[in-house]
Design a protein around this ligand. Sequence first.
Ligand code: HEM
Length: 124
Amino acid sequence: SRARTPYDVIGKEKLEELVDVFYTNVALDPDLAPLFPDDLTETARKQKQFLTQFLGGPPAYSEEHGHPMLRARHLPFPITPFRAEAWLRCMDDAMDETGLEEPFRSAFMERLTQTARHMINTTE
Ligand code: HEM
C-alpha cells in the first residue's frame, strides 16, 4: 500500500469541481480571458490531468502529453506578475466557492503560488 497523497485528501470529484469553477472564474476575468480559447473544455481537461499528478495522484498528464515543461508551454503567452496574481485570485475564489478545507487548502495554494510565479515570462 502507498502513503496517502494530497490527491487522496482532495479526491477526484472535488479536484474536478475546483478546476471547473476555476475556469469559470478565468473566463470572467478581463485580464486573463483574452489569453485563453473561448471553449475551455480541453484546457480544463488538461488541468485536471496536471493537478492530479501535481498532487501525487496517477501521472494522467504525462501519460497523454509527455513531460509537463510548464514554463516552456506557457512561453507563447505573455504572463506578467499582474496576470500571475489574477490567476491565483481566480484559484483562491474557486477554493472559497468549493469549500476547500484547511490545512489542505493553504498547502496547495502555497505550491500553486510558487508555480504561478515561475510562469512569469514578461514584465509587460
Ligand atoms: C495552459 C495561462 C499558470 C497549468 C495555459 C494556457 C494559458 C495559460 C493561456 C493555454 C490554454 C489552452 O490553450 O488551452 C496561464 C497564466 C498563468 C498560468 C496566465 C499565470 C501564472 C499556471 C499554473 C499552472 C498551469 C500555476 C499549474 C499549476 C497549465 C496547464 C496547461 C496550461 C497544465 C495546459 C498545457 C498544455 O497545453 O498541455 N495556461 N497559466 N498554469 N496551464 Fe497555465
